[in-house]
Write a protein that binds this ligand. Structure first.
Ligand code: SF4
Length: 484
């Protein structure tokens, strides 16, 4: 395996991994959540062993793969537009190219995808990527190929990801797959299957490899990291059938996070995504205890109304969520918290909406991901609940949530004015090639003049100004996390 620096692109050095002897070209693009981007690195690794190197040039690709998202209608429309683009390139420039769809939309639509989109040669679900070599053989023999079987134990823990579009500084490491929570609006349990966790040793080995290659930050990834539980393999829901020895030696998320923090004291750790109903207090104490575990928690809530939370099958009330937030602020006073919010869920009243706004004011989120409800085929909500909130009401409520978050983000970002924060340099600032950009432990983007510092450095920055979401400052020296 040869590691080669590609040309400067947008000011960030792009590390592309390829094998000299490989002759075929793979163009792979990903949409949706970080899990999809992480999965695409697994796919690239599997195909590197099949003679493919990745290319950024669609027109020269032998194989084109799109890793799809199904979380909202808009996400699926984006994929269909990309398929039109591939079709145009195939007809005009690259008639030999083969096209495959991966991810949640592939799992949701299955063979329907092949019927609806003639450009598509292959449909592969999130748990079937190891079958790609066989599926490609079928495609090369002129047949359409499909594998959308969901697995009870696949975690790809034995596959070393090929880092795609990497800055060589921070990387995702997936620790668990699937979700058992069955929120009524969500397709994930249907497209990614039941929860299963990856063996801790394989996670530590992947982080060791990243450390050896100069990476400085890892984000531990899962649809629901808080319910991470390794007890020798198998589904989370079967834990009660485990032996006493398996139960006694099991590793939960707090223990895994601590193992990582201790094993790599100069590596920074983040994690995503948490679920309030599964978050344990021990995780908070690990964050508070280790400087290399970031003071930031992404804590989706979706609604501030207990009645709507019940309709969403979220296993907590408004009050229980507020108690968790109180606990977070007590144990990690400077912690940043971000949210996911849905407006206009079926039967949502103006009063429910006001509950959402008042919860946001109570938590004072640092930022959030906010969307109007989009009915997803196959979900419980789609089957049992009428999408009865008018679009204009959904949109008006969404705008009110976004406007309030803007006010809260500004207030939260201002708390760093005059402080000195430790930043990990990730890339060049979008706005100036004379400035670096990186994040502090609380996940706030910070921009400062480059001077003699470089990507991957931990730098202390004196904050002199800020916008709603960005800190601006001057470097005052290397940070305690800097190794050399
Ligand atoms: S916790 Fe709920 S929203 Fe999140 S992935 Fe699982 S089912 Fe979907």
């Amino acid at each position: 395996m040869e590691k080669e620096i590609d040309e400067k692109k947008q000011g960030t050095s792009l590390v592309l991994e390829h094998k000299e002897e490989n002759t075929k070209k793979l163009f792979i693009e990903s949409y949706g959540c970080a899990m999809n981007f992480s999965d695409s690195e697994i796919v690239a690794s599997i195909l590197t062993e099949q003679g493919y190197n990745t290319t950024q040039n669609l027109e020269e690709a032998d194989l084109v793969l799109v890793n799809t998202c199904s979380i909202r209608d808009k996400a699926e429309m984006t994929v269909r537009k990309r398929l039109e683009k591939y079709n145009a390139v195939k007809r005009s420039i690259n008639p030999g190219m083969k096209v495959g769809v991966l991810g949640c939309m592939a799992e949701r639509l299955k063979s329907q995808f092949l019927e609806e989109e003639k450009i598509v040669d292959m449909v592969v679900g999130p748990d079937a990527y190891k079958d790609l070599p066989n599926l490609l053989k079928e495609v090369e023999e002129g047949r359409d190929a499909i594998n959308v079987i969901l697995s009870k134990d696949e975690t790809y823990g034995d596959i070393a990801p090929v880092r795609l579009n990497s800055n060589g500084v921070n990387a995702f490491v997936s620790i668990t797959r699937g979700c058992d929570n069955m929120c009524t609006f969500c397709v994930v349990p249907f497209t990614r299957g039941r929860e299963r966790s990856r063996e801790p040793q394989s996670i530590i080995e992947e982080i060791q490899d990243l450390w050896n290659r100069g990476f400085k930050e890892v984000c531990l990834l899962g649809q629901n990291v808080d319910s991470y539980l390794w007890y020798g393999g198998g589904l989370k829901k079967d834990f009660d059938k485990a032996t006493d020895m398996q139960k006694a030696t099991a590793t939960d998320f707090a223990q895994l996070l601590e193992q990582c923090a201790v094993a790599f004291p100069k590596m920074r750790f983040r994690f995503s995504t948490s679920n309030p109903q599964d978050m344990h207090e021990e995780v908070l104490h690990v964050i508070a205890k280790y400087d290399n575990v970031c003071n930031y928690i992404h804590l989706p809530v979706q609604s501030g109304s207990t009645r709507i939370l019940k309709e969403m099958n979220r296993q907590h009330t408004r009050e229980e969520y507020m108690e968790l937030v109180d606990k977070i602020k007590r144990i990690i006073p400077e912690c940043s918290i971000s949210q996911d919010m849905i407006t206009g869920f079926p039967t949502e009243t103006e009063e429910d909406h006001q509950d959402t706004l008042s919860l946001m004011e109570y938590v004072e989120y640092d930022f959030g991901y906010m969307f109007a409800y989009s009915e997803r085929p196959g979900t419980l909500a789609a089957r049992k609940m009428k999408d009865d909130v008018p679009e204009e009401v959904k949109k008006r409520r969404l705008q009110e949530v976004v406007d309030l978050q803007q006010i809260l983000s500004e207030k939260r970002t201002k708390r760093f004015l005059g402080q000195t924060v430790e930043i990990l340099i990730e890339k060049e600032s979008k706005k100036s090639d004379k400035h670096w950009s990186g994040r502090n432990s609380e996940n706030v983007v910070t921009v400062f003049p480059k001077e003699h510092y470089k990507e991957g450095d931990f730098v202390l920055v004196k904050v002199t100004d800020c916008t709603t979401a960005t800190l601006i400052g001057e470097a005052v020296g290397y940070g305690p996390m800097q190794t050399n």
